[in-house]
Structure formats: C-alpha cells, structure tokens
Design a protein around this ligand. Structure first.
Ligand code: SAM
Length: 291
C-alpha cells in the first residue's frame, strides 16, 4: 500500500520548522486521530506547500495561525483531512478476505435471518474512501441474494472524514484502474462504461449505500450510526496511535449488535487493542466477532 502522503508530486515547497511540525502534528491528531511520525516532516512540506500558497499565505507559521484563528478554520480543517490521508482503495480489495466474509459470515447470517424471518442486514463501512469498498459489499449482497434481494432491507452506511472523497463516492464513476481486482464478469454486470475509460457503478448497487462525511474521532457523530450487523474498517486504523485505535474499536463494539462481525485490514490486528472480540483465523484472513 502507498504511504500516507503518496501522490502529491509538488516540488519547490515551503520549509517547516521542528516547532511548527509539532504544532501541525498536534492539530492533525486532535482533528482526526491520525498520528504523524517525526520522519514525516519532508512529506508534510511536500503536501501542504501548494495549499498554503493557494490561500495566499507565506509560511507554515501563517498557516498554523490560520488553522487556529481564522473564521474559515472549520472549512480548512476539512481540507486538512484531504491533505493528510491516503485514499488508496479498489473494488474487491483483498479478495481472500472478501471470500471468507462471503462464504462464512454473510452466508451464515443470511441463513439465520431467513430462519428468523427478519430479512434485514445493516453494514457500516467506516473510512470508505471513494466508495469502492461499500459498493463492493453491495455487489456481494446482490450476488448472494439475487432476485430475493427486493424482499430484504439492506443498508450500507459509508463514511469518511474527507468531504471531497465522499462527493466522489456519491458520483460512483471510476477509472479502469479501480476495477483491477474485480472479476471481469462482475465488472461487466455491475458497471457501465459511460464515457471512454469511465466506469459508472449501476444504480441498483448505489441504492443500498448511504454516504456521509464522518470523523471517526467524533464520538457524538459515531453514536448516530445505525446499529450494525457487520462493520468494515479496513486500512484506516493503521494511521492511528494506540489510544485512538482503542477509541475507534470501542465505538465499533458499541455499534455492533450482539454477535456482530468486524473486519479490519489485512495488516491490522486487534491483538493489543482489545479482548472484547473473538478472533477467528481463516486461510488468508481473520474475522472478529463481538462477544
Ligand atoms: C486507505 S483508505 C481505506 C479505504 C477502504 N477502507 C479500503 O480498505 O480500501 C483510508 C481512508 O480512511 C479515511 N480516514 C482517515 N482518518 C479518518 C477519520 N478520523 N475518520 C474517518 N475517516 C478517516 C481516509 O480519509 C481514507 O479515505
């Protein structure tokens, strides 16, 4: 996976002092829970210089003042989130994990719900980036339930801290690259090439997903998310320090129904974070269940 600051390509940037770096780092942490290592100084210079010039400011010192005191600071704090996070994602990312999710968790859940007559599944995709993850989950549900889907109430709540990325997700238009790990038959069935090289996710897939900008560091906002059967939070907590990881995982615990499932990224683990979930090891994936 690309690093936290991949892709800016800006050169000839402004310099940040050690004190300014610490101040900016604290602002970012307070805002998003994202923890910046001191070796990220150069990358901060690289990413923020363009934005500082865009605001007609001259230095990191002025930018920090702006973030603290300007009347537009709220909007800028949003922008900040776009600058510091990587939104790297793709459809059907981590296929082995999705296979476990489909053949174990979802299949069993669907069987149990059919038996109980409660045809309802709620999923939360937390840190959804440009929508590839929640739309993938919607496609999987379409494939599992087929014509039966119309009898079910499926709700996929998808959130990200970045306002721009949520706008992109709502549009549902993607370059071919986003489909790089999507089985070709699925791509054909659920996408339309609306313009050359632009793939539009079909309306039925979109219908199950509700997007909103939410900061995982804001406990009050998190409480508004409907109770979930399943939470996906993949490749997000990797950017948080231990305290923030604990906070976020405990919010997922509270959000999940009894026996609900949590999926984190391939390189992420709850091992030192909590013992309130039961880990199940599968070939190529770990799934967690609320106990
Ligand atoms: C690498 S992407 C992962 C996307 C997707 N879950 C996946 O695995 O493909 C990480 C996403 O987490 C979001 N993010 C980071 N900190 C966040 C926070 N405090 N609240 C909500 N989203 C956050 C970023 O904006 C980014 O879109």
């Amino acid at each position: 996976m690309a690093g936290l600051f991949s892709g800016s390509g800006f050169s000839g940037g402004l310099k940040i002092s050690t004190l300014e770096f610490t101040q900016l780092k604290d602002i970012i942490y307070e805002l998003s829970g994202i923890f910046l290592n001191s070796n990220r100084k150069y990358l901060v210079e690289n990413r923020f210089s363009g934005r500082i010039k865009e605001l007609n400011l001259k230095s990191f010192k002025e930018y920090i003042e702006y973030l603290k005191y300007d009347r537009n600071k709220e909007a800028e704090l949003n922008k900040l989130a776009d600058l510091i996070t990587t939104n790297e994602t793709s459809f059907f990312r981590d296929n082995p994990q999705l296979k476990v999710f489909t053949t174990e968790t979802l299949r069993q859940m669907i069987d149990e719900k059919r038996k109980s007559g409660k045809l309802e599944i709620k999923i939360w995709s937390a840190g959804c980036s440009s929508g590839e993850e929640p739309y993938t989950l919607s496609i999987i549900l379409h494939e599992m339930l087929k014509t039966e889907l119309s009898k079910w109430r499926i709700q996929i709540t998808a959130n990200d801290i970045s306002t721009d990325i949520i706008q992109k997700a709502k549009k549902g238009e993607y370059a071919k690259y986003a489909l790089k790990t999507t089985p070709p038959l699925i791509a054909k069935k659920y996408f339309t090439e609306s313009k050359p090289g632009v793939f539009q996710v079909n309306a039925d897939v979109k219908k199950l997903v509700r997007f909103a900008r939410i900061n995982l560091n804001d406990r009050t906002e998190l409480k508004k998310i409907p109770k979930s059967d399943i939470v996906f939070c993949r490749n997000v907590i990797i950017y948080f320090d231990k305290e923030m990881k604990k906070k976020v995982i405990s919010a997922f615990y509270d959000n999940l129904i009894e026996g609900g499932h949590l999926y984190v990224g391939h390189s992420e683990s709850l091992h030192t974070i909590t013992n309130t979930f039961k880990a199940k090891h599968h070939e190529g994936a770990i799934s967690y269940r609320k106990i």
